[in-house]
Write a protein that binds this ligand. Structure first.
Ligand SMILES: Cc1cc2nc3c(=O)[nH]c(=O)nc-3n(C[C@H](O)[C@H](O)[C@H](O)COP(=O)(O)O)c2cc1C
Length: 192
């Protein structure tokens, strides 16, 4: 039996930027990860790489984000510079679970980098929908630091690899405001 009707999940999923500290079961995390691996991927390269951060590993990531913030904001006055660094350090503590999702392009002939990204982004959407269907709140976050060399190093990605984003996950601590969607017809040309 379905945990949530697909159309309902797609239409009710929203980015949840504020979640509770309550832990998320490893069973739920595994369901989210598994959903990622069912995404379409050209030449079956399976280019996604998942890094599950819980507990103190989030602080280690925070240390890396702090280093980046310090390097990128050297022109600020010390007070502002420290504020930026502190904010960056604390960012990963905003959710009990972060799944960092990386792209490692396959080395088969004809593989295109943009298609490897496309596959990993599809995986992330599967994961966001699954988190939502499980009653969890999730948000896909990037920001400049996500693509920084130090973040790549932290996760041990190869020179060809890159982060696609961080999925912050936890039990929702806000009700998202309703949004008005532009009618799909505005973006659609029916070509008969
Ligand atoms: C590639 C990508 C990166 C994103 N990075 C951020 C981010 O750094 N911070 C953030 O608050 N939201 C981020 N988002 C989430 C979007 O802000 C969010 O999807 C958008 O506001 C639409 O809201 P909804 O997801 O509730 O429909 C990102 C989304 C995508 C696709």
């Amino acid at each position: 039996m379905a945990i949530m009707d697909l159309t309902e999940a797609i239409k009710t999923r929203r980015s949840i930027g504020k979640v509770k500290d309550d832990p998320v079961s490893s069973d739920a995390i595994k369901k989210i990860l598994e959903a990622g691996t069912y995404a379409p991927n050209h030449y079956r390269t399976e280019p996604w790489r998942f890094f599950v951060l819980i507990g103190d590993s989030r602080k280690k990531l925070g240390g890396v984000l702090e280093d980046i913030a310090r390097l990128e904001n050297v022109d600020l006055v010390p007070d502002e510079w420290n504020k930026k660094a502190e904010k960056a350090r604390n960012n990963p503590l905003r959710a009990p679970v972060i799944i960092a999702v990386g792209v490692e392009p396959g080395d088969k002939k004809n593989v295109m980098i943009k298609e490897e990204y496309a596959a990993v982004c599809s995986a992330i959407q599967n994961m966001l929908l699954t988190a939502h269907a499980l009653g969890l709140g999730a948000i896909w976050r990037t920001g400049g630091a996500a693509y920084h060399e130090k973040v790549k190093e932290f996760f041990g990605l190869t020179p060809k690899g890159e982060m696609a984003g961080f999925i912050y996950i936890g039990y929702p601590d806000l009700t998202p405001k309703a949004v008005k969607k532009t009618d799909f017809e505005d973006y659609t040309v029916w070509m008969n």
